[in-house]
Write a protein that binds this ligand. Structure first.
Ligand code: GLN
Length: 357
């Protein structure tokens, strides 16, 4: 007899930390938005160059090799780019070198799906809490009563892709490709070699998708969802593209270069919350503690960091730490967050008003 019978299959559990009533009451209030701007352009340019100069010599980490085609990445490549919410662009190093987006695709697909289905629905169907475990963890599915912890690790990301609107696999893939292209402001295309390489070695993601199907937490054919997910991970981008995509998430869902609204402001805000809690996988807490900004990494070597209301920062360097986060990208982002004053948790106390005589 299967022990699975004791597990409540297909019964959605309330997400951990759900506060009934209180949060929806807050959502009904009129919203005020407080933002600022990046420091002056000369300082941004100088510190971006300085970050590149400082961290280019770092040789720690290793290129991803569990996807065979990624093992060929040049470990010396290093690019940094910033795009402000007002459309100024800054770049240094290999910022125009193409690489595969990998998991940096996850927040954008989640944003498009949240935009199509509504933030309440996707919270119920996917979860928005940190798994505290590696991005490809199977045990996270077993441990979490909701099965998918959040849309930024593979289980939740494949489930997110399974919710993409479209009559068939081709239409779903086009929704994703066209949607991410609108974030980037140009037509993105797939790296066929990386796609085929990951497809041939994709047993783990296919296993996760099938396991989720068993729990009723994947919403289309599991292998079709895994295939569209693998395609989305194989999209080719540059650091400059990622900075524009990130800036779109920093600008309430409007691409600051094309001025196109890609997603609504509410889906954008929710996406940043998920990034803050889970974008850097099991290192998300440490990242938030040091950098204080929502971010997402991918095993292709890219990281996006969203500076809400101000702009998007992106880095590319294929040498990864053991969580799959780019080492030089992490160092450069922490340096820039501190020196440019970007940490969303930092505040200077207001002076006390002078006592009136
Ligand atoms: N395509 C990769 C995978 O599914 C993406 C992982 C990542 O970038 N962390 O394993």
């Amino acid at each position: 007899m299967s022990t699975r019978a004791s597990v409540p299959v297909n019964v959605p559990e309330p997400p951990l930390g759900h506060i009934p009533g209180a949060l929806s009451a807050a959502a009904a209030q009129p919203q005020r938005i407080s933002t600022g701007s990046l420091p002056d352009p000369g300082l941004v340019r100088r510190l971006l160059d300085e970050a590149h100069r400082r961290f280019a010599p770092v040789q720690d980490g290793a290129v991803a090799n569990y996807i065979p085609a990624l093992a060929a990445a040049d470990p010396d490549r290093f690019g940094l780019a910033i795009v402000s919410a007002t459309g100024e662009r800054y770049a240094v190093g290999d910022a125009r070198h193409p690489f595969t987006i990998q998991s940096v695709s996850k927040p954008f697909v989640f944003a498009l799906v949240a935009n199509a289905l509504g933030h309440e629905e996707v919270k119920q169907l996917l979860g928005v809490n940190n798994s505290g475990l590696p991005f490809d963890s199977v045990i996270a599915v077993e441990l979490n009563p909701g099965r998918t912890a959040n849309p930024m690790v593979n289980a939740g990301a494949i489930a997110t892709t399974s919710l993409v609107p479209g009559a068939d696999a081709a239409a779903k893939w086009e929704f994703v490709r066209a949607g991410l292209s609108r974030f980037a402001g140009r037509e993105l295309a797939m790296d066929d070699e990386v796609y085929e390489s990951e497809s041939r070695t994709n047993d783990r993601n296919e296993g996760i998708a099938r396991l989720l199907k068993g729990y009723g937490r994947i919403y289309s054919d599991p292998l079709e969802a895994t295939d569209v997910y693998t395609r989305q991970c194989s999209l080719l981008v540059t650091t400059e593209d990622l900075a524009v995509m990130s800036a779109t998430l920093a600008d309430g869902g409007v691409n600051p270069i094309t001025r196109e609204r890609v997603i609504d402001a509410d889906s954008c805000k929710r996406t940043l919350a998920v990034l803050a809690t889970a974008g850097m996988y099991e290192r998300s807490g440490e990242w938030l503690y040091e950098v204080g900004l929502p971010a997402k990494s991918g095993v292709g070597g890219g990281i996006i960091t969203v500076i809400p209301g101000k702009g998007g920062l992106a880095s590319y360097s294929p040498l990864l730490d053991d969580a799959g986060n780019s080492v030089r990208g992490t160092l450069a982002t922490a340096f820039l967050s501190t020196t440019l004053g970007l940490n969303v948790f930092a505040s200077a106390p207001l002076p006390f008003p002078e006592p009136t005589p």
